[in-house]
Design a protein around this ligand. Structure first.
Ligand SMILES: *Cc1c(COP(=O)(O)O)cnc(C)c1O
Length: 236
């Protein structure tokens, strides 16, 4: 266990250093950037060690694994981010336990999340996930994230829901494209989203291999897993 603690401490130290360097290069303060440590596929014991090392935010991408881990770790006072694809029949239960849902990409999810949040009488922070696929490059299959044109209607629906708070946007850089150019598009999308919704200031972008580029494009939240916890097991 203490060997694992040392491993996680070293990974965290390295990632925090990379965040500082990237923030400074972008003329930003490192404190503006929230590190969400993605603990999917790793056990609750790792979450506990991370909390003891000062981690405040964790990310999970699958139900029910996320809810089970949260239940084991509810005493730690962490903020739980749900970052995975959401099926509409599971959205209510995810809304009943997550603190932040980063992957809202269609209208159908909004009512269900709101119902789940009501059950717990706890407001849920919401990010709209936007697709960064270049126009015309990929069909609907396999793509996650709303089209940019769908964001205003989605934003309206989240703002109208009593227990949801619209916080901003989330995206994943598409495979096969330089992350810097994808995140530049995201930065523009966020700027235009902000003109109508000035409170939606969060921008969640960047993973282990590309978070420096995301910080350069204005990310306020980076989602980092393998650079801290090690390679995930490849089986599903
Ligand atoms: C798994 C995952 C991450 C973290 O990926 P790493 O490459 O391990 O840092 C970030 N965002 C989302 C949406 C993920 O599913």
């Amino acid at each position: 266990m203490s060997a694992r603690r040392d491993e996680l401490a070293a990974g965290l130290h390295d990632v925090r250093r990379r965040i500082s360097v990237a923030a400074e290069a972008a003329g930003r303060a490192p404190e503006e950037i929230t590190l969400v440590v993605v603990t999917k596929f790793f056990p609750a014991s790792d979450v506990r060690l991370l909390a003891a090392l000062g981690v405040t935010d964790v990310g999970e991408n699958r139900h029910p694994e996320a809810g089970d881990k949260l239940a084991e770790c509810h005493d730690l006072g962490l903020r739980w981010h749900y970052i995975g694809g959401l099926q509409s029949n599971k959205a209510a239960v995810v809304g009943s336990y997550a603190d932040v849902v980063e992957s809202v990409d269609r209208l159908k999810l909004v009512g269900a999340l709101d119902r789940g949040a009501h059950e717990r009488s706890h407001a849920v922070d919401v990010l709209l996930q936007v697709s960064l696929d270049p126009p015309g490059r990929s069909g609907r299959s396999g793509r996650s994230g709303a089209d940019a044109g769908e964001l205003p209607a989605l934003g309206d629906a989240v703002e109208a829901a009593g227990m949801l708070r619209l916080r901003g946007l989330m995206a994943v850089a598409p495979l096969g494209e330089e992350p810097r150019s994808a995140f530049a598009r995201l930065s523009q999308l966020h700027a235009s989203f902000l003109t109508a919704r000035p409170d939606a200031t969060w921008l969640s972008a960047g993973m282990s291999h590309d978070f420096e580029a995301a910080i350069g494009a204005g990310a306020t939240h980076v989602r980092v897993g393998s650079a801290i916890l090690g390679e995930r097991p490849t089986f599903k």
